[in-house]
Design a protein around this ligand. Structure first.
Ligand SMILES: Cc1ncc(COP(=O)(O)O)c(C=O)c1O
Length: 412
């Protein structure tokens, strides 16, 4: 990953003025975020950009890592229909992994196909309406992980039924220790067969299985211990996944076996029982995906905040900024300053509700009205803060497109 560094002749050892190298200014393309400043000049901040060159390069890299296995794009990590379409227009991507039944119905209404809602829903109205809508019901698959889900769905959707997939817990267990997320209670082949069989008997079509390995896909390689746990987890998941898939295939006509996420695409795709992988975050390249050994997405999504005041020497304050990512709380969930400016957030304030103070030598170079660029810690959550994304390529503003939020849609 290349991060832009501010060129300050006083401190930059590579600066032509110090090294004597002659740099032809007219051919030196400004690096992000300078180029984004040019592309969005005159637009009011806060504003968010997606760099299409970086987005496309990230998509290409995901396809490379998936090694021929189709990628179902995780919509929660994109939250923008035009960019979902852009990913899906690319060979190697197929189908959407959605996070809400209402979202799935809305996507199908606007032409998306094969939408899998990967989290169980108890939205009674949305599920009943989906079952009554033949076209939508043929394109949408919902998640079950228990007999409770099966009973509820069967009661709501009778006599039409729905397409369902079983979520299989993919965490690592070492004795009593659980490493991974707390989601599905389905773990063994017997568990999965029991849910699949009950679903079929209740008039639901069991078309898929899903294995999301959060402790591999969502964990950066920060230490040898983490690498060890991830490797061990991947090895044990391969065996269990194979056994579950084989057992469920005996009782259901599976169309897909989904696995992985941005952080594990390259591993999951190696398993022949997996028919597709899921990925979304790798398209935007947020900061939580900076620390992986096997890949380095380019920062494609970012936002700019405007300097509105100077509290004192060494400080500037920007408007906005408190866009904290979900997950276990910590500094790594805050937006990160991007662009090499020597600035940091103030520990006692962090990223604020309406304004964010910044401190450091870089404050010297910033005037009121100037911008500072940031990256969000996670991918799609950025779109909950902005109605629009400015799509840029080099120094050009290509198009401005709405986020889900900008289309008046919020799916939780
Ligand atoms: C079920 C499921 N699959 C895949 C993913 C991976 O998504 P991403 O590639 O955006 O990390 C997630 C992320 O949380 C998930 O919940």
């Amino acid at each position: 990953m290349t991060l832009h560094r501010d060129v300050d002749p006083a401190v930059d050892p590579d600066d032509p003025a110090r090294t004597g190298a002659v740099e032809p200014l007219e051919t030196a393309a400004p690096a992000p975020p300078r180029s984004w400043d040019v592309a969005t000049v005159g637009l009011p901040a806060p504003l968010a950009v997606v760099d299409l060159d970086a987005f496309d390069a990230n998509a290409e890299d995901l396809v490379r890592r998936a090694n021929g296995v189709p990628i179902r794009v995780a919509s929660k990590s994109v939250r923008c229909r035009p960019l979902l379409r852009r990913a899906l227009a690319r060979p190697g991507f197929s189908g959407v992994m959605a996070y809400s039944v209402r979202e799935a119905s809305w996507l199908v209404d606007s032409g998306f196909e094969d939408v899998y809602v990967a989290y169980p829903s108890v939205d009674v109205l949305a599920l009943s309406e989906l079952a009554l809508d033949g076209l939508a019901a043929s394109q949408v698959t919902v998640t079950v992980d228990s007999l409770d889900h099966v009973r509820m769905l069967a009661a709501l959707t009778r006599p039409h039924g729905l397409r369902v997939a079983v979520d299989v817990d993919s965490s690592l267990r070492v004795g009593p220790v659980h490493i991974g997320v707390r989601r599905s209670p389905v773990r063994s082949p017997e568990d999965a067969v029991a849910v699949a069989r009950a679903a079929s008997d209740a008039g639901l079509s069991v078309v898929g299985l899903m294995f999301y390995d959060a402790q591999i896909a969502g964990l950066p390689d920060t230490s040898p211990a983490v690498r060890f746990v991830k490797a061990r987890s991947a090895a044990s998941l391969v065996d269990r996944r194979r056994a579950v898939v084989r057992a469920v295939r005996d009782v259901a006509d599976l169309e897909f076996v989904n696995g992985g996420g941005t952080g594990s695409v390259h591993l999951t795709a190696l398993d022949p029982v997996v028919t597709e992988v899921a990925a979304g975050s790798g398209l935007y390249g947020p900061t939580l995906f900076d620390g992986y050994d096997a890949f380095s997405p380019r920062p494609a999504a970012a936002f700019a905040l405007a300097v509105t005041r100077r509290p004192g020497p060494g400080f500037v304050t920007v408007s906005g900024g408190g866009y904290i990512a979900s997950g276990p709380p910590g500094w790594e969930r805050l937006p990160a300053l991007f662009g090499g400016r020597d600035l940091r957030m103030v520990r006692r304030e962090g990223a604020g509700e309406v304004q964010t103070p910044l401190q450091g030598k870089g404050a010297r170079d910033l005037q009121i009205g100037d911008r500072a660029w940031f990256r969000h810690a996670k991918a799609g959550e950025l779109c909950e803060r902005f109605n629009a994304l400015h799509l840029v390529s080099g120094t050009d503003l290509v198009e401005t497109v709405p986020t889900y939020r900008g289309e008046g849609r919020n799916f939780g």
